[in-house]
Design a binder for this molecule. Structure first.
Ligand code: ZN
Ligand code: ZN
Length: 355
């Protein structure tokens, strides 16, 4: 089913129409990528207003939704509201800036704006379970990401700078079919690797470093996400213990990941292993997140997420241990939930690699 039709069927009670302005939700619902545009959805009709920069492509590509040239947005929206008998309009509470909402209200004095979370959460809920085409795009993005990892390993030599390695990975991804990286790629080494979202800098690799590479590509708008940590030259006993602990936590969580469990239950499995090995306080982030048009989507694998997991959801499994000012290790795979467990999309090996 077209995503737009799915929203028409799922439009929250008490709402005559939804106004969708955010880039990602609009793209999800119409399948069309554009920085701007106005999407209006009722239970029986959906209309996309696009300006002249996009109109030609939109008319060609958008399915399951009327497309109209945006000329006078207020008049066009008014006409739509009148034709469809719209009195209550839902907005994307989590996306629409307050200033925008305040600008809209006086323009449509006859409309009651519903700025609760119902519309936004309904769309988020639809986006949680991936369809065949979405899954296919993510699979292709992950293949490029695995290939980029294989490609970068020979570059990991003493003297190589973090930012040059990040650039080489991105260049490879784009050369191999990605439209771009799915976030600012992370390559951090040595003491920098204790920062989970460190920024690649001028630091040059040296023997005894852990190198954490968190990378992902975008294909057809969809993101992949993977982290591998490798060592250069040698590892100390402590480094090996940290690595083995993270890997054990990662494998146990993947084993447990299945529909019917909550995000917090799966998080706890990995967290217990890490804390039990003496690293309480060294794993500050959640175990994982969903991935789609955006790199971080709902639901999460975290102590705070009580969402029940379903088949078709995409999740990362990425435990880490970070010893401040010294080193860190994170291992991240991407998995899709299946009827009785999960399928790991990531193919890159996870055994400790000392280059
Ligand atoms: Zn990542
Ligand atoms: Zn991630």
């Amino acid at each position: 089913m077209e995503h737009c039709t799915a929203l028409m069927h799922a439009l929250p009670d008490g709402m005559d129409a939804g106004l969708i302005l955010s880039e990602h939700n609009r793209r999800y619902l119409t399948g069309f990528a554009a920085t701007d545009g106005i999407l209006l959805v009722t239970r029986t009709r959906a209309m996309l207003l696009m300006d002249s920069r996009y109109i030609e492509a939109a008319r060609e590509e958008v399915r399951g939704c009327e497309v109209e040239l945006l000329q006078n947005g207020v008049k066009q929206m008014e006409a739509f509201f009148k034709a469809e008998g719209v009195r209550t309009l839902g907005v994307e509470s989590r996306e629409l800036p307050v200033a925008e909402l305040n600008r809209f209200r006086p323009l449509f004095p006859d409309i009651t704006f519903d700025d609760g979370n119902a519309l936004n959460d309904t769309i988020l809920r639809l986006r949680m379970v991936k369809g065949t085409e979405e899954l296919d795009a993510i699979r292709r993005a992950q293949v490029i990401t695995d290939d980029a990892y294989k490609h970068i390993l020979p570059f990991l030599k003493p003297g190589a700078a973090e930012r040059d390695l990040a650039l080489e990975i991105e260049y490879f991804m784009r050369q191999n079919g990605a439209s771009g990286p799915s976030f600012d790629l992370i390559v951090v080494s040595g003491e920098n690797s204790s920062r989970p979202h460190g920024v690649p800098g001028a630091r040059k690799l040296q023997a005894g470093d852990f190198i954490t590479m968190d990378t992902g590509a975008i294909v057809d708008g969809y993101c992949s996400d993977m982290t591998r940590t490798v060592a250069l030259g040698f590892v100390t006993d402590e480094m090996r213990k940290v690595y083995d602990t993270v890997l054990a936590a990662q494998l146990a969580a993947e084993q447990a990941l299945a529909p019917g469990k909550t995000g917090s239950e799966v998080d706890k499995i990995a967290r217990d292993i890490i804390y039990g090995a003496g690293y309480e306080g060294c794993f500050g982030h959640g175990l994982g997140h969903s991935v789609g048009l955006q790199i971080h989507e709902e639901p999460r694998l975290s102590p705070a997420c009580h969402e029940t997991l379903q088949s078709g959801m995409m999740m990362t499994i990425e435990p880490g241990i970070y010893l401040e000012g010294r080193f860190g290790v994170r291992i991240e795979d991407l998995a899709v939930l299946t009827d009785n467990g999960c399928e790991i999309l990531t193919q890159s090996p996870k055994e400790l690699l000392v280059l």
